[in-house]
Design a binder for this molecule. Structure first.
Ligand code: C5P
Length: 216
């Protein structure tokens, strides 16, 4: 009997975890959930209605309405929405509702890849393989800037770096499910790695877990 392959990927903003998660999901033919989009969806609903991001009652209502099949990646990808998401993500009841939906996704018989901040620690503590993807704040700010520029936008490097450092502090410092590596996570510092190198390193770790029978 083998149990489904469940891969948990965590890390700070712009660490490359999303790209890596998509590559691994493609390679292993697994469904993928970017859990950051669920927090972004809540923030986006509040922003559209003009409600404050610390309006807990409305944030909870919005979390209940999040439909994993209807996450509009394009509308949710804006840098400002990511920052707003980290504000609603401190509300424990919002987390509870979204974690319930994320766990349901993770339980698919096919297995799955989930990426976020608390996948290895809270959402899927029983995942077969846990990766904690990181990179220096400067490298992450540069990646974010290039990403914005590649979509025709413009931004200031120092501002992006300050945003990233503020978001790290909020995500690592919150009381409920702070960002931290699970004890059994493999650390992958991508500061000096290409996507391809990071993918090969992650694939090697997963192959090793598969052959040592952690999916058995
Ligand atoms: O990964 P992304 O930048 O889309 O996440 C946006 C915000 O959502 C994060 O800064 C974090 O505060 C929150 N988040 C979270 N737990 C997750 C995924 C994202 O708290 N599993």
């Amino acid at each position: 009997m083998t149990r489904p392959l469940l891969i948990a990927i965590d890390g700070p903003a712009a660490s490359g975890k999303g790209t890596l998660a998509r590559r691994l999901a493609d390679y292993f033919h697994l469904p993928h959930l970017d859990t950051g989009l669920t927090y972004r969806a809540v923030a986006h609903m509040l922003m559209e209605k003009g409600w404050p991001l610390d309006d807990e009652a409305h944030a909870i209502e919005a979390a209940k309405l999040v439909d994993l099949g209807r996450l509009d990646k394009h509308a949710l990808s804006a840098h400002a929405v990511g920052d707003a998401a980290s504000r609603v993500a401190v509300i424990p009841e919002v987390r509870k509702i979204l974690v319930g939906k994320q766990r349901a996704f993770a339980r698919q018989p096919s297995g799955a890849v989930l990426d976020g901040r608390d996948i290895g620690t809270v959402v899927c503590p029983d995942a077969n393989v846990k990766l904690y993807v990181t990179a220096s704040a400067k490298v992450r700010a540069m990646r974010r800037l290039r990403d914005i520029e590649s979509r025709g936008g413009s931004a200031d490097f120092a501002e992006i770096l300050a945003d990233i450092e503020r978001r790290d502090a909020r995500d690592m410092g919150r009381e409920d499910s702070p960002l931290r590596p699970a004890e059994d996570a493999h650390l992958l510092d991508t500061s000096e790695m290409s996507i391809e190198t990071a993918f090969l390193a992650a694939k090697a770790l997963i192959d090793k877990a598969l052959s040592s029978g952690s999916t058995a």
